[in-house]
Ligand binder design. Sequence first.
Ligand code: 1QQ
Length: 410
Amino acid sequence: MRFVRLTLILSVVLGLVASANAQAESTDENERLIGFWEQCDTPASLPETVEIGLVASITGPISFYGAPQEDGVVMALEEINASGYLGESTLSVIVEDSASDPTYSEAIAAVTKLTEQDDVTAVLGPTLSSEAFAAAPVAQENQTPILGLSNAAEDLPQTIGEYYFRALMPESTMIPYTVDASQGYAALEQVAVLYGDDDDFTLSGYDAFIDALLDSDITITREETFQRGDTDFNAQLTNIVSDEPDAIVVAALAAEAVPIITQARSLGFTGPIIGGNGLNAPGIISGAEADAAGVLVGTSYHPSSTDPLTARFTADFQERYGYEPDQFAAHAYTGAWIIATAIRCADSAERDAVRDALETQITDFASPIGAFSFDENRDPVYPRLLQEVQDGQFVVVEREDEAPALQDTN
Ligand code: 1QQ
């Protein structure tokens, strides 16, 4: 499986080398919607090939998130190489599947291989915050920049160190917005909280929800817990529903979120179900079907955006893969372009130079998730939006920034 994927990527890369030079001088505006074409000169000192790694849970229950991540990264690399963004140099990726391993040892082994054996310039991933807590320290020890694409747990950059950056904002930044925006949309006086107490991401989601609810003077009717792999939530939900809350807040990963949603509806709960990042996967909707109606979740990307860059990303991805991209694909695509931009701006494949460029160069980077910058904690800043599941799809019900700033593409 991995061999097939690598072969495929290699042939994509090789096929593109030939066309890269021809297109390097292209001034086609559509092609240059994304990238720091003006901000940083075309690099001249890079090796023929610059290698990066991707660690993602492409198989198993976490593939809800990891599979679209791989697709987003592969598409970004194809664009980067075809457009000559790195001059004569080709960016290639070694993909490692951390396979939803609940012990996280697959993620640790993957980051070890990439940083110690393959000598990659930088690593993208891993998918879960829990995987990142376990595996990113290996990149830190090997002084290799590592960009989390979907890690929302609290304090990850501070815990791992200066080589860790992330392309997804922490729950402590997204959830206050989610709760605030949901209030404008649904009457929330008393709310129940259901959360996984054995995962770094769901625990951070729990903390962020509690803080946001208390800040908004919303009464918490009850708190209930579960663990990864659980399938029967009827005991917790029966208690929760008996209090007649206005909404249920859920900090869960997708595999558990689907039965939570369907069992809550079976028990007669018809109100909003407000989720953290785990509920951003479209698999929630295909899994819970009509029961998903009324799920509210904060995010950064929506395929309906009319921003030209976002619209082009959405159309190209849909055409290439035959399915609509989700937030996880959009962050992965953006993350790959950001690594390429750090390499371009540093004019170096050297790890420290790329790390420094990530820290100093990435400001107002126009992307499918809006204008993207890193703050002083190496956490990202970009506009947020609230979406609700209506008629079997995510629909934007509020956005923080109607028109994300577009960088000058001339
Ligand atoms: C995390 C997450 C998950 C919901 C998706 C990967 O955000 O583990 O931090």
